[in-house]
Design a protein around this ligand. Structure first.
Ligand code: NAD
Ligand code: MG
Length: 399
């Protein structure tokens, strides 16, 4: 029997998650085909992807890059239709011929196409955690109203999802805690007093995962874990106090669920994003992902450390901002996300020091007071306002 192939839109196809997604898709030509690819500036990479996967559409963020890609596609005789801009991005994400949308754009820039996919009832694979942190309850309500299927790709949330009962109606009554694991990143053992000297190169050198630069810096500061706590709250509908973080340097246990009987269910695997990507693509089935198997005969130990030791509080001051933002008025998580995006970009451009990322985040949270955002426009307005406040904090601190 011939199975209908699922048509996949990969938003952010030139990034780390995008490339891994295409790798998994390529392993299953009988199940998946690429319908659309999108990127910001990497024309050469997306051109090569178009030549290989022959998508119906390719979308660039700007007109300049779009025209460049268009000319290259024509020169190579490719039939891919090249478009550009925000409307085109939302159009491919909501296209009636698309079945699955992989949300792998980095940052709040991915929110609008995520909501477009959600409204059109797609299977939405969410790597782009910032979109959910910004969108919050509005994001989840849009998924429900559109009849979309939202599946987590972040390894921790995929692990939690894999450790939960299949019916979400059972979650609230059975779960005691969600325990997110954190590797501790490159500065797990670093003297907190020396963090002011950290360079972008050091911050981007993650010990276990190869990722884009923004999430690599977030992993070093643990703002990534803060964003993931917020992500878990919205995805799984638990109270913020039910979410706990533990340091687990080997990144073998990807996260755990503790039930009301104190039984803990964990998901394990090698640190390779193709695992959660393959699970999202094939759920509720499982297909080969390309990730290596764990070798228990050579694994000497699985270690755990408290996140809230005195030294870790000084190393990773940003993690508590997750619970603070969740306790504050609705929209505060969007303020935190915008501040952090601006601060990380400023650090990568060497305009501020590493330890000032946290100062920018705290400063912006104390300046911007959100009024319950009720629409995408409200969220984008709040995002813009928060970015301006964070930029002004960068100018004051970074001088
Ligand atoms: P990346 O920087 O490697 O790739 C980002 C992609 O988004 C690129 O294709 C880029 O062209 C596109 N993009 C960037 N800015 C854009 C804009 N303004 N408009 C349109 N497109 C834009 O990032 P990544 O590491 O692949 O991460 C992508 C997302 O997945 C992030 O939200 C990250 O937090 C999340 N995530 C990544 C990993 C990982 O292992 N890399 C793991 C878990 C979650
Ligand atoms: Mg993660």
């Amino acid at each position: 029997m011939n199975m209908k192939k699922s048509r996949v839109v990969v938003l952010g196809s030139t990034g780390s998650i995008g490339v891994n997604t295409l790798d998994v898709i390529e392993r299953h030509p009988d199940r998946f085909e690429v319908f659309a690819l999108t990127a910001s500036t990497s024309v050469d990479t997306i051109l090569a992807q178009c030549a290989r996967h022959r998508p119906a559409y390719a979308v660039m963020a700007s007109e300049a890059h779009g025209k460049q890609l268009f000319q290259s596609c024509v020169a190579q005789g490719l039939c891919t239709q090249v478009l550009w801009g925000a409307d085109a991005l939302a159009m491919v994400a909501a296209h009636e011929l698309a079945d699955i949308v992989m949300a792998a754009i980095v940052g709040a820039a991915g929110l609008a196409p995520c909501l477009a996919a959600a409204r059109s009832g797609k299977r939405l694979l969410l790597a782009n955690k910032e979109a959910l942190v910004v969108g919050g309850q509005l994001f989840m309500d849009t998924v429900a109203a559109g009849g979309a299927t939202l599946l987590p790709i972040d390894s921790e949330h995929s692990a939690v999802f894999q450790s939960l009962p299949p019916d979400p109606c059972d979650w609230a009554a059975r779960i005691d805690k969600i325990i997110l694991t954190a590797s501790g990143g490159p500065f797990r053992n670093r003297d907190p007093l020396t963090l002011r000297d950290v360079t972008p190169e050091e911050a981007c050198a993650h010990p276990n995962w190869i990722m884009g630069r923004k999430i690599s810096v977030d992993s070093a500061t643990m703002m990534n874990k803060a964003l993931e706590v917020i992500e878990a709250k919205f995805l799984f509908g638990v109270a913020p106090a039910q979410i706990q973080v533990v340091i687990h340097p080997q990144s073998v246990i990807h996260s755990m669920v503790q039930y009301v009987d104190n039984s803990v269910v964990a998901q394990l695997g090698t640190p390779d994003m193709r695992g959660p990507i393959a699970y999202g693509l094939s759920w509720p089935e499982r297909v080969c992902s390309g990730a290596a198997a764990l070798d228990f005969s050579t694994m000497s130990a699985l270690n755990f450390e408290a996140i809230d030791s005195e030294a870790n509080k000084r190393r990773f001051p940003g993690i508590d901002l997750a619970w603070a933002a969740l306790a504050a008025p609705q929209g505060t998580t969007a303020v935190l996300n915008a501040a952090n995006e601006v601060a990380v970009a400023a650090f990568l451009e060497r305009r501020i020091r590493y330890d000032q990322i946290h100062h920018i985040n705290v400063d912006t949270l104390s300046t911007v007071r959100p009024e319950a955002p009720g629409s995408l426009d409200d969220l984008l307005g709040l995002d813009m306002l928060s970015r301006r406040a964070a930029e002004s904090a960068v100018s004051r601190l970074g001088a």
